[in-house]
Ligand binder design. Structure first.
Ligand SMILES: Cc1cc2nc3c(=O)[nH]c(=O)nc-3n(C[C@H](O)[C@H](O)[C@H](O)COP(=O)(O)O)c2cc1C
Length: 156
């Protein structure tokens, strides 16, 4: 009989580090990914699968995340984002949130952004629907410029 112990255990995937100031989550429907691509900024994606190498932030960042609703907002934050923010270094470096969602969800529109903003004590900077409009893209790009400038001035 083949000894199972001889099969090498698969090592836990090593973290992939990023210096991007924009970090996002997007599910397989990839609406958020398409929005982020339209911004034309360097951005890093939080991995979809638990077996993927986790992402480690090395610089302050703004998080873009869609809401996947549950009851009363519970379960609204994708589990991949919870896992990412459970890393103390990532939690330390988050500076703001941009929420993606769909206004059909009425009161729960972009609720995950509200939850992360409250839990991490950072501003919910902007909300947009699905893959965003050209106006959303312009407003977010201008807003991010101002946001990072103001933040760097505060640190001086
Ligand atoms: C099962 C399901 C639940 C959702 N729940 C919410 C919700 O509670 N609030 C909201 O604003 N959008 C909700 N949405 C809309 C998504 O946030 C929206 O489609 C988003 O663009 C998905 O981004 P992604 O394709 O990058 O994953 C939901 C979508 C699905 C499929």
């Amino acid at each position: 009989m083949t000894a199972l112990a001889t099969v090498p255990a698969r090592d836990a995937a090593e973290a992939v580090s990023t210096r991007s100031h924009l970090i996002y989550f997007s599910s397989t429907s990839e609406n958020t990914k398409r929005f982020v691509q339209k911004l034309g900024r360097d951005a890093a994606r939080i991995p979809l699968h638990a077996k993927d190498a986790p992402l480690l932030a090395l610089e302050p960042f703004v998080l873009v995340l869609p809401t996947y609703g549950g009851t009363n907002g519970e379960g609204s934050v994708p589990k991949q984002v919870i896992r990412f923010l459970n890393n103390p270094q990532n939690r330390e470096l988050i500076r703001g949130v941009i929420g993606a969602g769909n206004t059909n969800f009425a009161d729960n529109y972009c609720m995950a952004g509200d939850i992360i903003a409250a839990k991490c004590g950072v501003p919910h900077l902007y909300k947009f629907e699905l893959m965003g409009t050209p106006e959303d893209v312009d407003r977010v790009n201008q807003g991010l410029e101002k946001f990072w400038t103001l933040l760097s001035q505060k640190q001086k």
